[in-house]
Design a protein around this ligand. Structure first.
Ligand code: GLC
Length: 644
């Protein structure tokens, strides 16, 4: 049993007493429940002999900031504990957006909540809204503060008003906590630059290249084209500083316990703004060790668990999302294993599933999708995924070579084919993506592009190709339908619901032109939205198709994530099938065809769904017809079958 389950049991025993003293008592109880674990984790990272003082600070920070937590949020924390694992609900459907690309600012966003409601979206991931340096700032992932609002988006008051409005509408908010690095303008960085040795220890800084060179021997490069190497020389500080991402993003040194303490304070202040899910950005990188790749180290897991157990005491209604875009076997570890099992992140990005869906689109086959999913370690029961077809970042081909080989393909040439297919090196390919961080030496690269452009809509429009347009629309709907049916929270990138194409304006902005991820971060097309109801545009067709899928999903408790997903197998290598089941024996069979021609599935392969004549597809509303015992799937058709 994990700690969250203990807190749920305790909360279930407490009445709906809303008095402040009651909340304080429950806080004390939670602290007492977690304290030994917190202490053990803390001293497993920071030796007791030298760091007792830092630990005492933790005991001051937690209650002091809890006093500042709004009573409505404290009440919500308890309600959520009483509800159980709210984040596994079928009712959650998310959207990710840059506030300034969607509307102008937070006030504008608050006025657009009806747009989300119309689509059925009730969970928003707002990209960083905290202050950042002018010029290059990695879309706000270089932070100057963790809990202030950048004036371009409005004020803290605007944010608080937005969160209040969202709570009234039962909407959830996810914000980033950029845990691995600050900007080079963060107050600690400024003090380090001014020569303050104690703040130089908040980062990894070195007087010469000796240690940096030793690190470089094993550290990979994240942005090899735009920011090669992992260290940057600061002439004023006269020291090298570790900058794993961009040169203006300084990696925090968590081996210094005061960094942990201050970052915990930053986290709690952020959470007090009314955040429901904290996205732990780039968390795999949070611990560095010479001689390693400095990713996914055991200390990272201890550190995250330490943050988790403190947050659980402080705000048990708030959960963590792991932004761990790492190897499939490493991703699941962020749910916690061994000593930290169940006590790390409740949610993680299903980056493997995402990448495999794109593989199936390009190959029109589901062999690698099945092979890889069969070999994925299962996730713990109290956790869930974020399922998405793409996000604001690039699409990395995050699946394992050995599975490519095992299905009889050559891994190197297969990866090259995928880059060529998506990044305009194959004439017949409908995709119009761009290469990201392509390394000619290794042949490694990633893919950027909006969902619509990667799925052929842009090319079809350009070539006035009606058949291509039809296929693109069907692919967009099918891909979204798969993530809406899979186990986890579906997250749509804003604009994909209306088929928004690539945005090439970034090429004219000197601060963005070298980062092709901006091609897939378009501004929201409100002109298109204005004519959605006419039903005459492709945007409208996509929007209403997704609206319907979302409505259906929310009506079916079987879509709640209880780890209730099983793959079905068909002899047809173009189809993909999985079933979601509930304990009362109800189920939905999701199936689709990744090919541009129709395919058949034998009814025996549909198990009990193939036995009854009453099997119905919820999406088309039609009863399924079997001709000579076979079910025909049209190109890119998606079905959600139920037995009547
Ligand atoms: C995460 C973000 C990405 C950013 C990086 C560094 O991966 O998703 O956009 O560049 O962290 O902060």
């Amino acid at each position: 049993m994990n700690q969250a389950s203990l807190h749920q049991m305790v909360a279930a025993k407490h009445s709906d007493d809303k008095k402040a003293t009651h909340f304080d008592e429950l806080f004390e109880l939670r602290l007492a429940t977690n304290l030994t674990l917190i202490k053990d984790l803390f001293f497993s990272i920071y030796p007791r002999a030298t760091h007792g003082k830092a630990f005492k600070q933790l005991l001051d920070v937690l209650p002091a900031l809890h006093k500042k937590r709004a009573p409505t949020l404290k009440a919500q924390d308890i309600e959520r504990l009483q509800q159980g694992n709210w984040y596994q609900s079928e009712k959650l459907v998310g959207m990710q957006l840059y506030v300034d690309h969607f509307t102008k600012d937070l006030k504008g966003l608050a006025d657009k909540l009806d747009y989300f409601e119309k689509l059925g979206v009730n969970f928003l991931h707002l990209m960083p809204i905290t202050p950042r340096p002018n010029g290059e700032n990695d879309g706000g992932y270089a932070v100057n503060s963790y809990h202030e609002v950048d004036p371009r988006y409005g004020t803290k008051k605007d944010l608080l008003e937005l969160t209040e409005k969202m709570r009234d509408k039962n909407m959830y908010l996810m914000l980033d906590f950029v845990a691995n690095h600050t900007s080079n303008e963060y107050p600690w960085a400024k003090k380090a630059i001014a020569g303050d040795a104690s703040y130089q220890e908040y980062y990894y800084t070195f007087p010469d290249r000796t240690v940096p060179d030793a690190f470089e021997a094993t550290l990979p490069e994240i942005f090899p084209m735009t920011s090669p190497g992992n260290f940057t020389y600061h002439p004023k500080m006269k020291r090298w500083v570790m900058t794993v991402f961009n040169s203006y993003q300084w990696d925090l040194n968590y081996s210094n316990p005061f960094v942990f303490m201050k970052m915990l304070e930053n986290l709690l202040k952020l959470v007090n703004l009314g955040v429901d899910v904290v996205r732990l950005d780039a968390l795999a990188f949070m611990w560095k060790k010479l001689g390693t790749q400095s990713q996914n180290l055991p200390e990272v897991h201890a550190l995250i668990s330490l943050f988790r157990l403190c947050l659980q005491v402080f705000a048990p209604g708030v959960v963590f999302l792991a932004e761990a875009i790492v190897a499939p076997n490493d991703i699941v570890k962020y749910f916690g294993t061994g000593a930290t099992e169940g006590n790390e992140c409740e949610i993680a990005y299903n980056a493997t599933f995402m990448a495999l869906l794109w593989d199936a689109i390009a190959t029109k086959k589901t062999s690698l999708l099945y092979k890889s999913l069969q070999n994925l370690p299962s996730k713990p029961d109290d956790t869930t995924w974020i399922n998405y077809i793409r996000c604001h970042d690039d699409i990395g081909l995050g699946f394992e070579d050995r599975f490519i080989t095992e299905i009889g393909w050559n891994a190197q040439s297969h990866r090259k084919f995928l880059l060529d297919y998506y990044c305009q090196a194959i004439e017949w390919s409908p995709a119009m993506g761009q290469l990201f961080m392509y390394n000619p030496k290794t042949g490694d690269g990633r893919i950027t592009g909006s969902a619509a452009s990667l799925l052929g809509l842009e090319k079809a429009l350009k070539q006035k190709d009606d058949k291509g347009l039809r296929k693109a629309i069907d692919k967009i709907v099918m891909m979204h339908g798969l993530v809406l049916g899979y186990n986890g929270i579906p997250l749509i990138y804003a604009g994909d619901e209306i088929g928004t194409l690539n945005d090439y304006t970034y090429l004219t902005d000197p601060d963005k032109k070298d980062d092709s991820r901006w091609v897939n971060r378009p501004s929201h097309n409100w002109d298109e939205v204005a004519v959605l109801d006419t039903g005459k545009t492709y945007a409208s067709e996509i929007f209403f198709a997704l609206q319907k899928l979302i409505r259906l999903r929310k009506q079916l408790p079987v879509f709640a994530d209880q780890n209730n997903l099983s793959l079905y197998y068909s002899h047809n290598q173009h189809t993909f099938l999985f079933e979601r089941t509930s304990q009362d024996g109800k189920g939905v069979l999701v199936l689709c065809n990744f090919d541009e021609v129709s395919h058949e599935i034998d009814r025996v392969e549909l198990g009990s769904y193939g036995k009854q004549s009453g099997t119905k597809d919820l999406i088309s509303g039609k009863r399924m017809k079997f001709v000579s015992g076979k079910l025909k799937l049209q190109p890119y058709q998606l079905c959600w079958l139920v037995k009547s």
